[in-house]
Ligand binder design. Structure first.
Ligand SMILES: N[C@@H](CCC(=O)N[C@@H](CS)C(=O)NCC(=O)O)C(=O)O
Length: 295
């Protein structure tokens, strides 16, 4: 078809999105559906499941040339794809998700995205998937999910394997209490993007991070005295452990005084011996940076 302003724009847009789309997904321009006054070009998106196609189209519709984009139908059977996790090795929230899949013995694929290293253009593309621009994002069952805790809940509800939330409601609430304590009481404050808004001075940033980490771990230490067994709550791995392990690893890296939190450290050390945490450890990933990397 002749190149119009819309087709060129849409083609560029798709090229940009290649880093987020599975390489096997074929996207081609097929015709100009002149019978449809509202659309000036058509795309065929194949080699991916119907749900994935819908997600892709939702994504493409965000583009200014959106009214010019539509999909041709494909007779292909929906294909079952591995979930894809966008994140980076040392992101504690990404580790939560890696460990959830590993605890379920489920296969998934990691794709590297680090907001701290991304170019402005990459950030702008990524913001279409998560307007906060943060990782992790999980592409699963045709959805793009952001926010690690709902992602963990989704995995628990849909992926077969050992359960990660206890049956008993009281224990389940304890698990969620620990998850929330870490997820909203500690992790956001240690985020370098937050510390950098607090001060330009790296020493003051570190002071800020350590203050909030130690405040949160003081609370966690107290909660764990009431809930722990071999794990954070009882003796089985739960969502609480999926949050605790990455948090303890990050706390040490950010310079907290870990000797103040012996119970947290004991549970952390014991959990690190287990396969789901060993396999998904940040020092053991395809994109593991060298030790001196700050983030
Ligand atoms: N509540 C979010 C927090 C996500 C988050 O803070 N991710 C960090 C990496 S662990 C990030 O992407 N930071 C970059 C930024 O804040 O710009 C979640 O649980 O997914």
């Amino acid at each position: 078809m002749p190149a119009t302003k819309e087709t060129v724009e849409a083609q560029n847009f798709i090229t940009q999105f290649r880093c987020l789309i599975s390489p096997e997904v074929a996207i081609t321009f097929v015709s100009s559906p002149s019978t449809r006054p509202y659309a000036s070009l058509a795309l065929s998106i194949t080699n991916c499941s119907f749900k994935m196609r819908v997600s892709l189209l939702c994504l493409l519709r965000l583009h200014p040339a959106a009214t010019a984009i539509m999909a041709s139908s494909s007779s292909k059977e929906p294909s079952v794809k591995k979930p894809v996790l966008y994140g980076y090795a040392k992101s504690s929230c990404s580790w939560r998700v890696r460990a959830a899949f590993a605890a379920k013995n489920a296969d998934f694929e990691c794709r590297y995205f680090n907001p701290y290293e991304a170019t402005a253009e990459e950030k702008a593309q990524f913001a279409l998937l998560n307007p906060l621009g943060q990782v992790p994002i999980l592409m699963i069952d045709g959805h793009y999910l952001s926010q690690s805790v709902p992602i963990l809940e989704y995995i628990e509800e849909t992926v077969p394997g050992p359960r990660l939330l206890p049956k008993e409601p009281g224990q389940r609430a304890q698990v969620r209490e620990i998850v929330e304590l870490i997820n909203s009481g500690i992790q956001p404050f240690q985020n370098p993007s937050v510390a950098q808004r607090h001060s330009d001075d790296p020493n003051k940033q570190k002071e800020w991070q350590v203050y909030w980490i130690e405040k949160g771990l003081t609370a966690l230490e107290a909660v764990l005295t009431k809930t722990h067994g071999k794990c954070s709550v009882g003796d089985e791995i739960t969502l609480a452990d999926l949050c605790l392990v990455p948090q303890l690893f990050a706390s040490r890296r950010f310079g907290a005084n870990m000797t103040k939190f012996p119970l947290c450290v004991k549970i952390f050390d014991d959990l690190l011996e287990l396969e789901p945490f060993r396999k998904t450890h940040p020092n053991n990933q395809a994109d593991t940076p060298d030790e001196s990397a700050p983030i």
